[in-house]
Design a protein around this ligand. Structure first.
Ligand code: NAD
Ligand code: IPM
Ligand code: MN
Length: 354
């Protein structure tokens, strides 16, 4: 079948500053991988006259996966394509503290769980309308009356298809089983607003419950999303695999990142049936662009998830170990972790441990 091919899309603002050194590290670790850079954002605009040229789309399509920096606006259509075009339906966001991470928590060593996020539905497919249209829709709880027609405003929609909720739930269960083999408790936790949105989040809850019940070895717990937000700060050690809808997953992934020490540290992976793409949880950090201070850890660890995806388990672990060692030793820390190391210096320190 040949070597895995990876489309590399650097993205906007400070994103290229973490993507390019990550590719260098990955090339060194796994020489068999075939990296193919494709233009995005402003660069694509200058070369092809559009921010998402057909060439970039073809590069995404012809690769086995994409490594993506982040979009700060110009590369946004590419992000949409990677999610909805390639149907990468589930987003995996590991939340794990390593010694040396600058966590604001008292006992951060307890933090080691994974957020499994719906990557396609919920409030993300933009279906918005004005209040007059809303008046025609039935209320799902009965007590709510649409505002009188003379009121002006807007509403938005949450989409939940059974098929999508089911495959996100199954992905969470499969991950919990996989982790259980490594000593984790095999516990799936649902967070949702089933109390207020019985037809969507309530249905999601039923589907997740049913999925977990098909796995004899797994246990299940559920919390309203606001209580879960507290739990990931107060009792993170009770979490193993946390399954969330799209918008809850977006918000709580950043909150969870804050508990381990910040967005510079949080990787992510988006999987579909025959495609995957890898990007950090963070955005394009425009405030840091051009300063060589952005923390590449989240991108490097996203690269490790990519290595795992292709079965390069040893190389993935070597990369994680090298990153962990730099933090443990503590001599070379990025600025967001209380150190003074530039992006370049940090990546060099990781390289020396490989
Ligand atoms: P952001 O994640 O870019 O930045 C939030 C804060 O975290 C900033 O203070 C930033 O400096 C800091 N930060 C982020 N990454 C860091 C890193 N690697 N090292 C050190 N500090 C880091 O979020 P934002 O400022 O709300 O959004 C900026 C742009 O990014 C927006 O256009 C947003 O839509 C976009 N965004 C894109 C993605 C994506 O493409 N997947 C994800 C999130 C946000
Ligand atoms: C993320 C980002 C995206 C999201 C934005 C850029 C659309 O915040 O990947 O977490 O909301 O999903
Ligand atoms: Mn986000």
């Amino acid at each position: 079948q040949g070597n895995p091919t990876i489309c590399v899309i650097a993205g906007d603002d400070s994103a290229p500053e973490v993507v390019l050194p990550t590719v260098e590290i990955l090339r060194h670790l796994a020489p068999g991988l075939d990296f193919r850079p494709a233009l995005s954002g402003r660069e694509a605009q200058e070369r092809y006259g559009e921010t998402f040229p057909a060439e970039t789309r073809a590069a995404i399509d012809s690769a086995d996966c994409t490594l993506f920096g982040a979009s700060g606006g110009p590369s946004r259509p590419i992000l949409w394509y990677l999610r909805w075009g390639k149907e990468t339906y589930v987003n995996i966001r590991p939340v794990r503290w390593f010694p040396g991470y600058n966590s604001p928590m008292r006992n951060p060593e307890r933090i080691d769980y994974v957020i499994v996020r719906d990557n396609l539905e919920g409030m993300y497919p933009p279906r918005e309308g004005n209040l007059a249209e809303l008046a025609a829709l039935p209320s799902s709880t009965g007590w709510w009356q649409a505002p009188p027609v003379e009121k002006v405003g807007a509403y938005s929609v949450r989409l939940c298809t059974d098929e999508q909720m089911r495959r996100v739930a199954v992905a969470a269960c499969e991950l919990a089983v996989q982790r259980q083999a490594q000593g984790y408790p095999g516990r799936v936790t649902l967070g949702a607003k089933y109390s207020i949105q019985p037809r969507t989040d309530g249905r999601f809850r039923e589907i997740v419950r049913a999925a977990v019940s098909e796995y004899a070895g797994l246990t299940y717990q559920e919390f309203l999303i606001d209580d879960l937000a507290r739990r990931l700060v107060a009792v993170p050690e009770t979490l193993d695999v946390v399954v969330l809808n799209n918008e809850h997953g977006d918000i709580l992934a950043d909150a969870a990142s804050g508990t381990i020490g910040g967005l510079g540290l949080s990787p992510s992976a988006c999987y579909g049936e025959g495609y995957a793409y890898f990007e950090p949880v963070h955005g394009s950090a425009p405030d840091l662009a051009g300063k060589n201070v952005v923390n590449p850890t989240a991108m490097l660890l996203s690269g490790a998830l990519m290595l795992d995806y292709f079965g390069y388990a040893e190389q993935a672990q070597a990369l994680r170990d090298a990153v962990a060692r730099v933090y443990r030793e503590g001599a070379v820390l990025p600025v967001d972790q209380g150190g003074q190391a530039s992006t370049t210096t940090f990546v060099e320190a990781v390289s020396t441990h490989l």
